[in-house]
Design a protein around this ligand. Structure first.
Ligand code: ADP
Ligand code: MG
Ligand code: ZN
Length: 509
């Protein structure tokens, strides 16, 4: 058997062929690490990047005699997530022990929720581009429950960082006990050709929602949002679900789409051979774009779940739930639609803005007085480019919305032209200070004062008598060449409009 689960060399049908003959069903499980200050059941800090095992205590190490206490903030975040996902909130629910051994889990059980999740039966709409424009799909939410994160193993001495080939392993329990919310969808049955894009859109939208709620930064590259993708196939047009695989830890939006695509093709190849799909977990490999077999999937009963005896049930009062409902932010999709309408952007423009992560930045720039088109031009142009080149996020590029608005203001007032404005932005990004500092230090003001411009205009006319003659003869289109010369002479700082007026005056046109 190869890594693909197929005997001999893998020949997969194309994606289009696979989804023409099979209907995929998906299920997404997303873990969100909450941004609470302390852990789920103890007072240890959750801050990222501390020395290994420096943020631990008897409770999160599972030492004898320690007792957990629920973090109210985490429950509050769980309820807000549930409400934002249109879920019902349990009036009474318990934690449960999920029993298994793994070295990164010192208690030998994980405190989770089982048949009594805090939030259940909700939905979220996502929208994707199909052949005939964007369409919206409603993703059912099965449940959102609270649990605690495990510690982290680091396998040392091997080439891959995986346990195979490692000489020894190190354990860091700083992450042990950090609050997690697991959000599980109902089976997602959508047109097969769109399934990977819908899976990606779901995780994208969920990430936006989590961020809008302010409960987590939800940065996938830091593992703050982790996605497992369940996929099964059934013959097109049939209703019984096929056997699913669960691809673990798909840790970027692009990978969500790729992993689902890969599993659809791989399973189609197996089914074509008359083979059975094994219900198993699979590992996603970012580098090769493949999944490989993990463990054969255990059933819920294998975990011997039972209600956690050391914790009281969580019984959020209806008043509290309603108070939390009142704190919900505008839904991301509604916000996007509202801003797009206010700014007058096309769907395509808005998509670029969203993809660049520039929506809030443009919003703040407009609030600071810039016009939307001008704000978009800077954030999606100069600033994005500079951020990309340096590998930093656009909001860490080194310029604020207020500064961008100030540059636009200087342009509107005529003290900067487009070329000079670009140099100002460049200067701000390079850490030379705010726009006014850069203008001052680099001497970047538009020259519109007649005495300074006049000399450059005279020189240009003297240097190009033939052009001057044409203009005198009524060919006003030729003026561009003279303006160009004036610009060159003033290093781009001339007020082009005033230069044109002066040239026309001098040539009597
Ligand atoms: P587990 O504990 O095995 O991870 P969960 O119930 O937490 O199971 O998650 C399983 C996910 O897979 C859910 O999103 C569910 O809707 C989805 N799912 C269930 N059956 C299938 C299937 N046959 N094909 C694809 N997805 C499925
Ligand atoms: Mg699960
Ligand atoms: Zn602790």
């Amino acid at each position: 058997m190869s890594a693909t689960g197929i005997a001999g060399p893998a020949t997969f049908p194309t994606f289009d062929d696979a989804v023409a003959r099979f209907d995929p069903v998906m299920g997404m499980e997303v873990h969100v690490e909450l941004g609470t200050a302390t852990k789920m059941f103890c007072g240890c800090s959750t801050s990222f990047g501390a020395d290994p095992n420096s943020q631990v205590c008897p409770t999160c190490l599972g030492l004898p005699g320690s007792l957990p206490v629920v973090n109210r903030r985490a429950v509050e975040s769980a309820i807000r997530i549930g409400l934002a996902l249109n879920c019902s909130i349990a009036e009474w629910c318990r934690f449960a022990r999920k029993n298994y051994f793994y070295p990164d889990m010192p208690k030998n059980f994980q405190v989770s929720q089982y048949d009594e999740p805090i939030a259940f039966d909700g939905w979220m709409d996502v929208s994707v581009d199909g052949d005939d424009g964007p369409s919206t799909y409603r993703i059912g939410i099965e449940r959102a429950h609270m649990e605690e994160d495990t510690g982290k193993s680091e396998h040392v001495g091997g080439a891959t960082g995986r346990i195979h080939g490692a000489s020894h392993s190190l354990l860091d329990y700083n992450r042990s006990g950090i609050p997690l919310i697991e959000i599980v969808t109902k089976p997602i049955e959508v047109p097969g050709s769109l399934a990977p894009a819908i899976a990606r859109a779901y995780v994208t939208e969920l990430r936006e929602l989590i961020r809008a709620l302010g409960v987590s930064e939800a940065r996938m590259e830091l593992g703050q949002l982790r996605c497992d993708a369940n996929v099964s196939l059934r013959p097109a047009g049939t209703t019984t679900f096929g056997t699913r695989t669960e691809t673990k830890n798909v840790n970027s939006l692009r990978s969500v789409e790729r992993a689902v695509t890969y599993e659809i093709r791989r399973q189609a190849a197996l089914l074509d051979q008359g083979a059975q799909i094994i219900q198993e977990t699979r590992h996603w490999h970012e580098d090769t774009g493949e999944t490989t077999a993990g463990r054969v999937k255990e059933e819920a009963e294998d975990y011997r779940y039972f209600p956690e005896p050391d914790l009281v049930p969580v019984a959020p009062s209806r008043e509290w739930v309603e108070q939390l409902r009142a704190t919900l932010p505008e839904a991301p999709a509604a916000r996007r639609a509202r801003l797009q309408a206010a700014w007058g952007f096309t769907d395509l423009e808005m998509r670029d803005v969203v993809n660049a992560g520039a929506m809030s930045l443009i919003e703040a720039t407009v609030e600071a007085g810039a016009d939307p088109a001008g704000a978009k031009k800077w954030w999606l142009g100069e600033i994005s480019r500079s951020a990309n080149e340096r590998g930093v996020a656009i909001d860490e590029a080194g310029i604020t919305p207020e500064q961008v608005a100030r540059v636009e203001e200087l342009v509107r007032a005529g003290s900067l032209n487009d070329k000079l404005a670009r140099q100002v932005v460049e200067g701000v990004l390079a850490g030379e200070g705010g726009p006014d500092d850069v203008v001052e230090a680099r001497g970047l003001a538009v020259v519109s004062d007649d005495s300074a411009l006049g000399a450059a205009v005279d020189d240009a006319i003297a240097a190009m008598p033939d052009v001057a003659e044409k203009i005198r003869g009524g060919n006003h289109g030729a003026v561009g060449a003279l303006i160009g010369a004036v610009m060159k002479a003033t290093k781009g700082q001339a007020d082009a409009k005033r230069a044109r007026e002066l040239i026309m005056e001098r040539l009597g046109s």
